[in-house]
Design a protein around this ligand. Structure first.
Ligand SMILES: Cc1cc2nc3c(=O)[nH]c(=O)nc-3n(C[C@H](O)[C@H](O)[C@H](O)COP(=O)(O)OP(=O)(O)OC[C@H]3O[C@@H](n4cnc5c(N)ncnc54)[C@H](O)[C@@H]3O)c2cc1C
Ligand code: FES
Length: 507
């Protein structure tokens, strides 16, 4: 049953209860109060709230709604966040942790209210962090303590209601899960109804320095322009080369599979406290989504093996008999664990950003959108100051920034050394589904073979020159420095790079 090659998230294939909004690329020039870059959870929630507040809003999405992380999320909308609260408590004052919880509770309530108001599918069920070792059980006790101090009534149990052995569980009742693609479509429908415009297939290439801001966009039909009083960059890692965010974010890629489990399925949403991470949730009538085996983007040599390992684990531990979907997605962790939400540059008053949700963006990302909408409508959120990207607690950020960048420097040097040492790859030697980096003159090149098609691209990341690695689960070139990813033909997929890779073969 194992193959390891990803395709697309389960959520794209689940039946919809409402018609999917039909969206088109932008054409011509438009002027608006706010341009939102990125139609993920953060961009669309921000757009909806600003449109409801009477602002003229245009959302610009490079690919399609759900093309980014939200479309690949496991979409647990919960305050039981693994052991995240205790890791925050280790670096921040109790008041800051309480504000984080308040933000996530507000985000969770927002999702709940929107689902209830629109009839969108959502499930109310318990969230459980479980342990399989004595140290995992101790981590649960720590988390329960931090939760209690923040007013969350978690219940410590001796085991989890899972069909395999556990050493303890921390359970929080009455949490939420959604189908993230369906939820995004609800956000689009609501934003359109509130007067916002949403354009897909519209990549923002540049944002000017003048006032109002001029956004240069590309579509399959050509160029389009937007003039906006404010710009919200909600693209995961910010696509504008401003603010140096890439140096303060660690991109983490994780894998998910959807499986059929005959008989009884796990009843709640689960996350392991121990490594390797395992995330489990039911989906639809007959599936279970299992996630885990994450790693910093571009730094694994065995992507397909990690997916295959999840498949084996689901068969052995949950009795899964069939894998119906395999996919991967990435999210960003900040240096001190709290999101970056606010001004893109310390001095900017019209450029905004939200990123760094450490895989808890369904709640924290919604809270980020509320904070951004609040900042633009003079209704500041209580947590806005502690999530400010330019918050002054350098003392907590510096050690991790140094660690992040030590890895980056090491990866950068290793990549160039390896590429220049190896001779140019012989296309005939590249196996199906494989990609090899080598040297053509003094230039690192990548040769891949996907479904029989051999392609040669520059293996140098156009962001800041990292040497790319082949991802044999997703058939992509991934950058180990700051997480940009490119398709086999060089097209940009995600991350801070603003363009694709140079093609070096004849097409
Ligand atoms: C495997 C996995 C599981 C997760 N599970 C959970 C969970 O259970 N619970 C939870 O709370 N969180 C979870 N998360 C985290 C959560 O899904 C994310 O934090 C959240 O979805 C981020 O949303 P976003 O809007 O910031 O980004 P995205 O959804 O990535 O949206 C950004 C959008 O910007 C677009 N874009 C990029 N560049 C441009 C450009 N130049 N022009 C125009 N558009 C552009 C992209 O195409 C994309 O659609 C998970 C994350 C991962 C990786
Ligand atoms: S993403 Fe920064 S160098 Fe590749």
């Amino acid at each position: 049953m194992t193959t390891g090659r990803t395709d697309h998230p389960l959520w794209r294939d689940t039946p919809r209860t409402a018609p999917t909004p039909q969206l088109v690329p932008l054409s011509g020039d438009v002027t608006c109060d706010v341009a939102v870059v990125g139609a993920g959870l953060v961009g669309l929630t921000t757009a909806l709230e600003l449109a409801r507040a009477g602002r003229s809003v245009v959302v610009l999405e490079a690919r399609h709604v759900g093309a980014g992380t939200t479309g690949g999320s496991s979409a647990k909308v919960t305050l039981q966040q693994g052991t995240h609260l205790s890791s925050l408590a280790a670096r921040h004052e109790p008041a800051t942790v309480r504000l984080y919880v308040q933000a996530c509770a507000t985000g969770q309530q927002y999702v709940r209210d929107l689902c209830e108001a629109t009839g969108a599918t959502h499930d109310v069920l318990a969230a459980v962090t479980y342990a399989t070792s004595p140290s995992g059980r101790a981590a649960l006790a720590d988390e329960a303590g931090v939760m209690a101090a923040a007013g969350i009534p978690g219940e410590l149990l001796s085991s989890a209601d899972l069909p395999f052995g556990t050493t303890g569980a921390l359970r929080l009742a009455d949490q939420l899960q959604v189908d993230p693609q369906a939820y995004l479509e609800v956000l689009v429908a609501q934003a359109l109804a509130a007067g916002a415009r949403v354009h897909v297939g519209t990549r923002v290439d540049r944002v000017g320095t003048g006032t109002p801001r001029e956004l240069t966009c590309s579509t399959a039909q050509g160029r389009a322009r937007v003039r906006a009083g404010h710009v919200v960059v909600a693209t995961g890692s910010p696509v504008l080369d401003r603010g140096g965010f890439f140096a303060r974010l660690e991109p983490q890629r994780s894998y998910c599979i959807a499986v059929r489990v005959p008989g009884e399925r796990p009843a709640g949403m689960y996350l392991s406290a121990d490594s390797p991470t395992r995330s489990i949730r039911p989906a639809g009538e007959d599936r279970v989504v299992v996630g885990g085996n994450g790693h910093p983007v571009g730094r694994a040599q065995d992507n397909a093996a990690r997916v295959a390992d999840l498949e084996r684990w689901a068969a052995e531990h949950l009795g899964a008999t069939e894998v119906t979907h395999r996919w991967a997605a990435q999210d960003y962790r900040t240096t001190d664990g709290l999101p970056f939400v606010g001004r893109l540059e310390p001095w900017s008053h019209d450029l905004w950003v939200a990123t760094g949700f450490a895989k808890w963006g369904m709640t924290a990302g919604t809270a980020a959108a509320l904070a951004l909408a609040g900042a633009l409508t003079e209704r500041p959120a209580a947590w806005a100051a502690s999530w400010d990207p330019w918050r002054g607690d350098a003392a907590t950020q510096v050690p991790d920034t140094a660690t992040f960048n030590a890895h980056v420097v090491q990866e950068g040097a290793t990549g160039w050394f390896g590429a220049l040492r190896d001779v140019a790859p012989d296309p005939a030697q590249v196996p199906e589904g494989g990609g090899v980096v080598g040297r053509a003159g003094l230039r690192p090149v990548g040769v891949s073979r996907v479904d029989g098609t051999v392609r040669t691209v520059s293996a140098v990341c156009p962001h800041l020159g990292g040497v790319l690695r082949w991802n044999d689960a997703e058939m992509s070139w991934d950058c180990p420095l700051h997480g940009s990813r490119f398709a086999a033909d060089g097209a940009r997929l995600e991350g801070p790079a603003r363009c694709g890779l140079a093609r070096l073969d004849t097409r």
